[in-house]
Design a protein around this ligand. Structure first.
Ligand code: KG4
Ligand code: ZN
Length: 343
């Protein structure tokens, strides 16, 4: 680095769902701290995220989490070049806590404010551990709220090839887990149970969607699981939850892998990444890795801690917004249904 190359230090804040997180990220890829205060044990009591509780807990924890992020990075606000915050999509009350906090800090410290799209954050999580990864590449974002197959054309420039027409992949894991009686959050619980079962034991559908060849549908799969349980009950048969978990997980993984492979073929992609909470699923990671190896495509996936909601990924995305000169005003608001690439 030459003496004129300034390090860009960003304090990033993420409160879109049930994780209160703050991070200090330098030049988009060097994470100096990434504090994540999860509310999962609290929401587990209710079988899913309760929006009012999420907002209240964010309010209670945000200041402490930010202080910890700065302390761990051994920096103060005066070292920062910008404040970044997730402003959508997500739960409106939860987003508002982060957005208000970021505006307050940026105003008081006289720093620029950068609103970040949550999905752009998930995609950017891949930059943190892969210093060589640069657009263009293909990315599958699979989380509790989203299932998007995205062409990352450039930093901040995206083309959505396909998306779910009903439930998100993570939502399907959560709903099926509830049906089998495994509780919330469903993804990790199904993954654990699936290790004890046979993924080929139960024949479940791999849905095709009319319209875009890259779109996904998971509600039919969820209904098929429900029907299987009901039919077994009527026949007086017992259901093996491990076989059901393994077969369901395989059905989701197969569809996600098939669509990704199809897009890789169609667009001549040489680099492919996954992101989002479901991207920490071991079966999905193995299936994608095998598919990419077979095709000679370089495969990227964030460590599990960077798959789940966290502020480091927001800081990574914000850096590229910052160097592109994008800034937000004091009128920045939470946008619960913000579309990717809408700025
Ligand atoms: O990205 P994320 O933390 O939050 C959203 O932006 O939605 O994703 C949370 C989702 C939940 O639906 C959770 O069940 C799922 O990711 N998930 C998993 C696994 N870990 C989390 N799904 C499958 N396997 C996992 N190991
Ligand atoms: Zn997320």
């Amino acid at each position: 680095m030459t003496s004129t190359d300034k390090e860009i230090k960003i304090l990033a804040i993420e409160t879109s769902c049930d994780e209160t997180s703050a991070a200090v990220v330098v030049n988009g890829r060097d994470v100096r701290s990434n504090i994540i205060s999860t509310q999962i044990p609290l929401h587990t009591l209710y079988g899913g995220v309760v929006p009012e509780i999420a907002s209240r807990k964010h309010t209670e924890r945000i200041n402490q989490v930010i202080r910890q992020a700065l302390d761990e990075a051994k920096m103060t606000l005066s070292d920062m070049d910008a404040i970044a915050v997730t402003y959508g999509p997500g739960l409106v009350g939860a987003l508002l806590v982060g957005v208000s906090e970021a505006k307050g800090i940026a105003y008081a410290a006289n720093l620029p404010l950068i609103g970040v799209h949550h999905i752009e954050g998930h995609i950017s999580a891949n930059y943190i551990e892969n210093k060589d990864l640069e657009p263009p590449f293909l990315c599958l974002v699979v989380s509790g709220g989203h299932t998007h197959l995205v062409r990352v054309l450039d930093y901040g420039k995206y083309e959505i090839l396909g998306r779910t027409v009903d439930d998100a992949a993570g939502e399907a894991f959560d709903k099926v887990a509830r049906t089998i009686g495994l509780g919330y959050p469903g993804g990790p619980k199904i993954e654990k149970k699936a290790t004890l079962g046979n993924p080929d034991a139960i024949d479940l559908p791999r849905a095709k969607v009319g319209g875009s060849e890259y779109d996904f549908s998971f509600s039919g799969l969820k209904s098929a699981v429900l029907n299987y349980i009901n039919k077994a009950g009527m026949k007086g048969e017992t259901v093996d939850p491990a076989d059901l978990a393994a077969s369901f997980q395989k059905a989701v993984v197969d569809v996600l892998t098939d669509h990704a492979e199809h897009a890789i073929d169609s667009f001549g992609v040489s680099e492919f990444a996954i992101a989002g909470g479901v991207a920490s699923n071991g079966a999905l990671r193995a299936s994608m890795e095998e598919m990419c190896d077979r095709k000679g495509v370089k495969f990227y996936r964030p460590s599990p801690i960077l798959c789940t909601d966290n502020a480091a990924m927001i800081g990574a995305a914000a850096y590229y917004e910052y160097i592109a000169g994008r800034r937000d005003g004091w009128d920045l608001n939470a946008v619960p249904a913000l579309a990717l690439g809408e700025r």
